[in-house]
Design a protein around this ligand. Structure first.
Ligand SMILES: Nc1ncnc2c1ncn2[C@@H]1O[C@H](COP(=O)(O)OP(=O)(O)OP(=O)(O)O)[C@@H](O)[C@H]1O
Ligand SMILES: [Mg+2]
Length: 473
């Protein structure tokens, strides 16, 4: 990507050539601009302008100091627009720390909006409050218990063992042992040497045994005058049985007013999944939407990290990036990152943004979008392509099937497997579909239609028309 930006700037050679280590002098700058590949070529006008900018500005932007952090779960340099959620989390954590129960919080949002970042932040808040916290990611292969049981055991082993707490901790560790052996999962590590009590977490009924496990664990925390926060990312991957058992167990924990709370994060279909798994799930969880940032927040997310490094953004440059990213946090980090690396001066100029757009999109196409694309079967690609052909936003299942040229019943299993893989979701909960990855429709139009070649050109034209019509409408 840096190559694209650098080409736009008229600078050849590896990026590191532009960086100056040691005492910075104008002679170094001259050497760096004209050094490397392309020495032999006569400098053109752009290179000359770049050269002048280098010698008249003291410091170019060093990629080493680039503050933007595009990546899965990577803490952003400025966590903006999430005060409400963090406040709610703080209240929950403080209640648990005070020995009271609190409703579990579920963060819902599309890919790349910052759910994992928030879970990490909440975990830190919990630990700072003296609570015991364990975080896990629900695996896509539905082996939830294989991760959950060792996590609970690990949390229990952190408790201070005193004469007052020992019997509670041993009771909970016994429940872990029973549970692990009944459900044939590893408790994670060497045997803890406690004598498991019969009749606790050993019935073979998942909901009953998970309830025993969480209740004994929460009681152990209560005896140690502390509380437990369990954080589960990608909750939508939980199978129906696991999700239902978890809901039953948390319900019992709440009825017994025990100091244990769960913070979950998942794709927006989660409330439907939880309601299907258990009718009272709706009242058990406090659902919070994590969305794109407002214009003001997006500007703050871009501006503040730069200012902390003595770098400015032209106002028009900020507006262009906010428009291009639609305020999606991951995209803001990606655009900020590219803009920083592309800027030859300490002011990020609006004129730079078209090349930044190209660089950022090219990198997303090769990474963020492509990784999702690669996980789909050919039939699934046909389904999502039909969605993209219909334009941005959500579409009725019937419309998508029609666009694919198949019956609704033939398209239904493809739709289900895409939902299960977390590629699409149903915003209304009934028969519609939208992408869980923001701007995925644009990627499909850009890349998949291109891969398919000219044969599908007429279709892509009709898609463009439909998309334009939808936008106008
Ligand atoms: N409030 C925010 N302000 C600015 N950037 C943010 C904010 N929250 C998250 N980000 C950035 O967005 C990117 C994605 O964050 P994160 O991985 O937490 O998203 P996610 O919702 O968990 O995505 P996924 O569903 O794919 O797991 C990261 O680069 C992170 O730094
Ligand atoms: Mg995540």
């Amino acid at each position: 990507m840096a190559d694209i930006d650098r080409a736009a700037l008229g600078i050849d050679g590896p990026l590191r050539k532009r960086r100056i280590s040691g005492p910075r002098t104008k002679v170094h700058n001259v050497h760096n601009v004209f050094g490397g590949v392309g020495d032999a070529a006569a400098p053109n006008l752009i290179r000359f302008v770049t050269f002048v900018r280098f010698i008249t500005q003291e410091a170019a932007m060093d990629p080493v100091n680039n503050p933007y952090n595009p990546g899965a779960g990577g803490r952003p340099p400025e966590l903006v627009g999430r005060d409400d959620i963090l406040e709610a989390a703080q209240i929950t954590v403080k209640r648990i720390a005070g020995g009271k129960h609190s409703r579990s919080l579920m963060l819902l949002g599309l890919r790349g909006v910052g759910k994992t970042v928030l879970l990490n932040e909440i975990k830190d808040i919990a630990v700072d409050c003296g609570l015991h916290a364990g975080k896990m990611e629900a695996p896509a292969n539905k082996k939830f218990l294989e991760k959950a049981v060792p996590l609970i055991r690990k949390v229990l082993l952190e408790f201070d063992e005193t004469t007052k707490t020992k019997s509670f901790i041993d009771g909970a560790l016994g429940a872990v042992q029973n549970f692990a052996s009944v459900f044939k999962v590893s408790a994670g590590g060497v045997e803890v040497g406690v004598k498991a009590k019969r009749g606790i977490a050993d019935s073979g009924d998942l909901a009953t045994d998970l309830t025993d496990l969480l209740v004994t664990t929460a009681k152990a925390a209560q005896s140690a005058k502390t509380g437990i926060i369990i954080l589960v990312d990608e909750v939508q991957y939980l199978g129906e049985e696991d999700l239902s058992a978890l809901v039953v167990a948390l319900h019992e924990v709440s009825q017994q007013n025990l100091p244990l709370a769960l913070f979950g994060a998942g794709l927006p279909q989660l409330p439907t999944l939880a309601a299907e798994a258990n009718s009272y799930a709706e009242r058990l969880f406090d659902y919070r939407t994590v969305g794109s940032l407002s214009k003001k927040e997006s500007i703050e997310a871009l501006k503040a990290p730069a200012e902390a490094e003595g770098v400015k953004w032209e106002t028009a440059a900020l507006t262009k990036v906010v428009n291009a990213t639609e305020g999606y946090p991951f995209f803001l980090q990606e655009w900020g990152f590219q803009a920083w690396n592309a800027s030859p001066t300490k002011t990020i100029a609006a004129s730079l943004i078209p090349s930044v757009n190209r660089a950022a999109i090219a990198r997303l196409d090769k990474g963020f979008f492509k990784s999702r694309h690669g996980r789909m079967t050919d039939r699934e690609v046909e389904y999502v392509r039909a969605m993209a052909d219909l334009g941005a936003g959500s579409h009725r299942s019937g419309e998508i099937a029609k666009e694919m040229g198949v019956s609704i019943s033939a398209a239904a299993p493809i739709r289900s497997s895409l939902i299960e893989k977390g590629m699409i979701y149903s915003p209304s909960g009934y028969g519609d579909a939208a992408f869980t990855v923001p701007m995925f429709d644009g990627y499909l139009r850009r890349v998949v239609l291109k891969l398919e070649g000219g044969a599908k050109k007429s279709r892509s034209k009709s898609a463009a028309k439909k998309a334009a019509k939808k936008k106008d409408g």
